[in-house]
Design a protein around this ligand. Structure first.
Ligand SMILES: Cc1ncc(COP(=O)(O)O)c(C=O)c1O
Length: 647
């Protein structure tokens, strides 16, 4: 039931009476939309006059086809049904059913199809229309006046239908037969059944994104609370797609973390750039299984080009294999799997034939502060626990300690370095460590989940000097580059080394050994989504300059936060702020925990509690492209409030 109450039909006087009489003439009754909109009879009459003016110079069949297409774009049940009925005066019933189902294949003339496409687009994407759209109508034989008439008829339909939709006016019973009604309402064909749920998803997505600058960052509800509310048996009967989307949004909204907020500094999680988010939607709509060049050439071509751009940006060796994974954990797995195979090959052990049982022991050397995902990857690979090498006060591997540890290594070895320490943001000394490792024939893998992007910036790349000499690198696009979850990037310098691990020949996969590697030959999955597409979109939208500005902007905001926070009473910044990470102490561990809890409870920002170098800390990671000076000031103010409350 609509919220606006329509006046009854018995009371009208003056202009309203004339408007009602007109409807009775046309329809045999006064439509609910007329009763609601005629609450402002002057505007209603002006609208009617507009429709008359627009339609008077058009042939009725043309006007109705344009109206049907514009209403389809608007998904307006009212207008589809009302103009379905009016169209019967000029279009035969069976032809109308076909047009309603899918005007593209309804036997209309090419000019009429072009005209309906144009009118539909006026309702769905007017802001992206260009001269090319009008040119198609011109090519189909329409002159300028006719093009303007078609546009005005479609645009006027938007005015009317949008008002009816916005006021949730009830749809009146239609005199049309069921089949015709169904065809008009469902708008089947050409994505008709997708349109309703996608329109709702679009609206919910924009509501969410619009809320980010002002909403509290933390979720309002816990997983247990939400699960308790929705816990029920799987229903026997399915629900309407659109209702499912609405219900999903209503369930999830209170339990979402505002990771896309400029005041979210938790763990190391990036937001999402508009271009990358939109591209990610297309990835879902296109639903390409991006494993093979032959099957999905467009995504393979994008992967090829994006891979090259990444190598150029980061200054890594041309020709390296670039694969797209779920995240840095899997990208670390890729690099270390290639390493395992290569060092065992060099030791004369056939891993593929004989497995690991009885193989020479591989020594894996890691810095004391490597990320836990490295240990995880080693576990997946059956390589056991690594040998840890001492790190300095910023968490960087000590090169002299690495050199000493390598002295004791006999046999195959892998050295795992880190570009970007989770706590301090610091970078391992690359050049000296890589030289020492290579002198021992070790493979060097670099975990640069967020920090590898520093290599794109002339300001920060010096800290990574020599990194191009490593053998494999792992990074994320869903952190520093701000593409939507999930997307990691695995890079292996000797492309053949990755292919020997992940390549696969079967009877049904079409192979061209001369062509670049298939996407699946560089990562653990075969079937997968086209993760490279949002990366391509992000890099295209940013360009080299924008990518550098993004990386440097994150680091500058981390610096600004550290500067602002260090002025607050009792705050100690524990790390040298060299990139995007800041570690804070508020005094004793006990006090740091209490202030941290108050910061979280305040809701204005999100930062992660952690433990670093023997102390409880509050850690900040600036990873979101939207964080700006206002967010920095608001975040400093939020921490100041927590300190005041604790005093
Ligand atoms: C240094 C480092 N390596 C690896 C990872 C794991 O990345 P992901 O969660 O994308 O798998 C992280 C995550 O924060 C990280 O900071």
């Amino acid at each position: 039931m609509a919220i606006i109450t329509a006046p009854s039909q018995t009371e009208p006087t003056g202009l309203t009476a004339r408007i009602y009489a007109q409807d009775i003439d046309d329809l045999g009754y006064v439509g609910s939309h007329t009763r609601v909109l005629a609450l402002n009879p002057e505007a209603y009459a002006a609208g009617d006059a507009l429709f008359d003016a627009v339609s008077s110079s058009m042939d009725k069949r043309r006007y109705e086809l344009v109206t049907l297409a514009a209403s389809l774009g608007l998904q307006s049940k009212h207008c589809r049904l009302a103009h379905g009925a009016k169209s019967l005066e000029v279009i035969d019933r069976d032809a109308l059913v076909r047009i309603a189902r899918d005007y593209e294949s309804a036997g209309l003339s090419p000019a009429e199809v072009e005209m309906m496409r144009f009118a539909e687009k006026v309702s769905t994407a007017a802001s992206s229309m260009t001269d090319a759209d009008s040119q198609r109508l011109r090519d189909a034989g329409f002159d300028d006046r006719e093009i303007v008439d078609i546009t005005l008829a479609a645009a006027a339909r938007n005015y009317f239908s949008r008002a009816i939709q916005a006021l949730a006016i009830d749809v009146d019973p239609s005199p049309l037969d069921d089949e015709l009604q169904q065809a008009l309402v469902s708008g089947t064909g050409r994505g008709g059944s997708y349109r309703g749920p996608l329109d709702r998803a679009h609206a919910h997505a924009l509501d969410w994104l619009d809320s980010l600058p002002t909403r509290p960052v933390a979720p309002a509800r816990t997983a247990d609370e939400i699960a308790a509310e929705i816990d029920s048996a799987l229903p026997d009967e399915g629900a309407d797609d659109t209702d499912v989307v609405d219900r999903l949004a209503a369930i999830c909204e209170p339990g979402l973390m505002a990771i896309g907020s400029g005041r979210f500094f938790g763990w190391v999680m990036g937001g999402t750039l508009p271009s990358a988010l939109a591209a990610d939607w297309l990835v879902s709509a296109w639903d390409q299984n991006a494993a093979m060049r032959f099957a999905t050439p467009a995504t393979a071509a994008i992967e090829q080009v994006t891979g090259r751009w990444i190598l150029e940006l980061l200054g890594l060796p041309a020709g390296s294999a670039v694969g797209f994974t779920t995240g840095a954990t899997t990208a670390n797995l890729v690099g270390l799997a290639a390493a395992r195979k290569a060092v065992l090959d060099a030791a004369g052990w056939d891993l593929d034939a004989d497995g690991l049982s009885g193989s020479p022991r591989i020594t894996v050397l890691v810095g004391d502060e490597r990320h836990a995902s490295v240990d995880l990857a080693l576990r997946y690979l059956g390589l056991g626990a690594p040998v840890t090498v001492a790190a300095d006060e910023q968490g960087r591997i000590r090169p002299e300690a690495l050199e000493a540890a390598l002295e004791n290594v006999d046999g195959p070895a892998i050295v795992c370095l880190q570009a970007g320490n989770l706590h301090s943001g610091a970078f391992d000394p690359m050049q000296r460590s890589i030289a020492a490792a290579h002198a021992k024939g070790a493979w060097v893998h670099v975990d640069g989940a967020f920090g590898l992007w520093a290599a794109a910036s002339p300001r920060y790349s010096e800290r990574l000097r020599g990194i191009e000499g490593a053998d494999s690198w792992a990074t994320d696009a869903h952190k520093t580059l701000n593409v939507p979850y999930d997307c990691g990037i695995a890079i292996v310098a000797r492309a053949a080394a990755a292919k020997t691990v992940f390549g696969l020949h079967t009877s049904y996969i079409i192979h061209d050994d001369q062509a670049p590697a298939d996407p699946y030959e560089k990562v653990p999955e075969m079937s997968r989504r086209a993760r490279e597409i949002p990366v391509w979109a992000a890099l295209s939208a940013l360009g080299r300059t924008g990518t550098v500005a993004l990386v440097e902007g994150l680091a500058a905001n981390a610096r600004a936060l550290a500067d602002g926070l260090s002025l607050l009473p009792g705050v100690e910044v524990l790390n040298d702020v060299v990139f995007t990470q800041v570690c804070l102490s508020f005094g004793s561990d006990e006090r740091t925990r209490r202030v941290s809890q108050r910061v979280m409870a305040d809701g204005a920002v999100w930062m992660s509690g952690s433990h670093w170098r023997g102390r409880d800390i509050l850690r900040i990671s600036v990873s979101n492209w939207t964080t700006d000076a206002d967010d920095v000031a608001a975040s400093v103010a939020a921490v100041a409030r927590a300190i005041d409350a604790e005093a």
